[in-house]
Design a protein around this ligand. Structure first.
Ligand code: NOJ
Length: 509
């Protein structure tokens, strides 16, 4: 059987508010994305994941959905989406949309109806608990602070929200909820999308006993995470997906800190196709930590014949350049790492420019989850407005937009932008790099070296996590294929500069 397309794909995450603005209101939109697809085609990405653009009051910037089957006017129209999809497909780029099944907006007609009365036929579509207004049902905290329960004055019950009070949790144990949500998936599959990034998979079902969280848990609302019922929900989604040809990709956000548990969300090949494992997102700039992370992923995902995922940055966490101390050299070396591991790499928009988080002054803070810094607008050129039509963007720019922008870096062969492009091209051209095996190679302290292989095709990758030049003695003769400094020095003499990385290919001369 042919391998699924997503096994050799490099994904690019678009946060639509911040990518490109076509109408000058300071907020990015779908026509903006369409107008910039050539950048992504030039870069060489295989698929885009577009964060939510549905109708929404935007209390969580779209993760509070009021209509799963329509586009918010802020982002455009359904026709704009169809155009985006068609134009992306024309360029060979697949489109993954974000699907938010754990909760709706409190403005969704389902919740408005559910909250209207205890006898509403939709009451049980959400999670309600009896009690008195002074005593919460348990100690669960919401992800962005405060309690996970809100008291509904009019009907005298508590409702559950793992996130904001404006994001009431759906009750996935009710088959009508599953059926209605399945219809929303069909809506987008019928429109032609290639798959879904599924939000908050780990919390989809809750322990009906609602036990207190044990003290000292790292993740909030740990008692709801990872319930057996969630695997049943996923099997239902997979059955639905398998009813289509081609089968849409099910890519789940599984926000759990154990790689073994996350890997379990592929089930026996009957749940998610891909599960986000965020240990790479939290790995420090340290060779030992990365090696341990990779080896655990290799072993846990390998045991299930599951394809791993790799992420350095996303819209919920500081950008990796910022996490790694602000150094562009490290950001470049990390890009070599991201794009040469075995599994699906996810590039977060702006990563290809080496963007740092924006400094957001208190008067411009808008996100209740404190994530504004990593959501800064993408600067397209060095002119005033940086390619954003009209109004000042909704968030401040990351540092140096005058020079650190798409047009500026595209004009410099040694820029980080060209590095990303070369890495994507190298990956695409080599079976070893795109789908081959991974094995660690001997390396001095502070250096990570590994080999990727597919039959005769072999590559070695060396990443120097230290600030000093190191000597690396690899068996065999190697030539540099891609070098994080963008210089592509001829042979590999065995010396590697501090905070640098190389892809090597066997030397034939
Ligand atoms: C995870 C999303 O990535 C995040 O942005 C959102 O706030 C929560 N889920 C709630 O939907």
């Amino acid at each position: 059987m042919a391998e699924p397309w997503w096994k050799s794909a490099v994904f690019y995450q678009i946060y639509p508010r911040s990518f490109a603005d076509s109408d000058g209101d300071g907020v990015g939109d779908l026509p903006g994305v369409t107008a910039r697809l050539d950048h992504l085609a030039w870069l060489g990405v295989d698929a885009i994941w577009v964060c939510p653009f549905y109708r929404s009051p935007m209390t969580d910037f779209g993760y509070d959905v009021a209509d799963y089957c329509d586009v918010d006017p802020l982002f455009g129209t359904l026709e704009d989406f169809d155009r985006l999809l068609a134009e992306a497909h024309q360029r060979g780029i697949r489109v993954i949309v974000d699907w938010v099944p754990n909760h709706t907006s409190d403005q969704h007609p389902w919740f408005m109806e559910a909250r209207s009365s205890r006898d509403s036929p939709k009451r049980d579509w959400y999670i309600w608990v009896d009690g008195d207004p002074a005593t919460k049902p348990n100690n669960w905290k919401a992800a962005f602070g405060g309690d996970a329960w809100s008291w509904d004055e009019a009907t005298g019950q508590w409702y559950l929200h793992l996130f904001l009070p404006t994001q009431p949790d759906l009750n996935w144990r009710n088959p009508d909820v599953a059926a209605a949500m399945h219809e929303t998936l069909r809506f987008w599959i019928d429109r032609g999308v290639d798959g879904f990034r599924i939000d908050v998979v780990q919390g989809l079902t809750k322990d009906p006993a609602f036990p207190d969280d044990p003290p000292g848990q790292i993740l909030p609302h740990s008692a709801v995470n990872n319930c057996a019922g969630t695997h049943e929900v996923l099997r239902g989604l997979r059955r639905l997906a398998e009813g289509y040809s081609p089968v849409p990709l099910l890519l789940g956000e599984v926000y759990l800190l154990s790689t073994a548990t996350v890997a379990g969300y592929v089930g026996d090949g009957d749940e998610l196709h891909l599960a986000f494992d965020f240990t790479s997102l939290y790995a420090p700039w340290d060779a030992g930590a990365w090696r341990a992370c990779i080896e655990e992923v290799e072993s846990e995902f390998g045991a299930r014949a599951a394809w791993p995922t790799w992420t350095l940055s996303n819209h919920d966490n500081p950008r990796h350049r910022t996490r790694y101390g602000g150094s562009e050299r490290r950001a470049r070396a990390a890009a070599v790492l991201l794009l040469t591991l075995r599994g699906a790499p996810f590039v977060y928009y702006g990563e290809e420019l080496g963007l740092e988080d924006a400094a957001v002054p208190p008067e411009r803070v808008v996100d209740p989850g404190g994530r504004d810094g990593c959501r800064s607008p993408l600067p397209w050129d060095g002119g005033p407005g940086h390619g954003w039509a009209g109004a000042e963007p909704w968030l401040p720019w990351s540092p140096e937009p005058e020079t650190r922008n798409v047009a500026g870096l595209a004009a410099q062969e040694t820029s980080i932008l060209h590095l990303y492009r070369r890495l994507l091209a190298a990956r695409r051209a080599s079976p070893a790099l795109s789908t081959g095996s991974w094995r660690a190679l001997e390396a001095p302290a502070g250096v990570l070296a590994y080999e990727r292989a597919d039959g005769e095709d072999r590559r070695a990758v060396v990443v120097n996590f230290t600030a000093e030049t190191v000597e690396v003695a690899l068996e065999g003769r190697w030539a540099v294929e891609v070098d994080s400094d963008g210089l592509e020095a001829e042979g590999f003499p065995g010396r590697l500069a501090g905070d640098a990385a190389v892809i090597l290919r066997p030397r034939v001369d």
